[in-house]
Ligand binder design. Sequence first.
Ligand code: DGL
Length: 237
Amino acid sequence: MKIGLFDSGIGGLNVLKEFIKKYPNNEYIYYGDTLNVPYGEKDKETLLNLSTNIIHFFEEIKVDLIVIACGTVSSNCYSELKMKTSIPIIDIITPTIFYLKKLNLKSILLFGTKKTVESHIFKNSINNIIEVATTEFVPMIESNKIDIKVIENYLKKYSNINALVLGCTHYPILVKEFKKYLNKNTLIIDMGKVLVDGLNISNNKNYSLTLYFTKIDKVLLKNIENIIKTPYNIKKI
Ligand code: DGL
């Protein structure tokens, strides 16, 4: 199967990693829009334009499946994007909401981008969820300059939660830091893992991975190296 995944930057690589783990024999194409990162504070029209361009790219190279590996685009544009293409397209939030409903927890904290939180996509379906926009996280992750004080400031208020939902695909990179402030029993919910766990697709091609980015620099190359441990080609688009 030829699978195209996209995000504003490196966040979706965390989703891609889960795909490769479960389905190592597929052809993967990743599109990271680093020229326009962060997506988390852009208006809906801009998000739709940017993601429509990416969908057209995937249509040109004829992928079999498109994965919106971005919480912001999933929460704001999924229904519109579904109507724009005949290629099967899946988002990252629908399976997460489904999973949370089954868990039926007493108190859930969601960290997401401003646009994801403002959409209230989680609150509209889940009880007992506190949605918090953590706007500093994506720039911190993309620049590889993690400020632990910023993380502490968000988490110190919520020591008693049952689960923390990583509502942005960049956030799995901060899990080690999050754990310093969380109770041992707090579940950490990674949307990429939830999506791939619940998926049943074919695994019948030779492995290949091509990463396309709209802007490439040294920090990006290092960030990719830290996440993706299987061979890949990288190209500027
Ligand atoms: N990783 C994306 C998300 O899941 C985009 C974050 C951003 O660019 O602000 O929301």
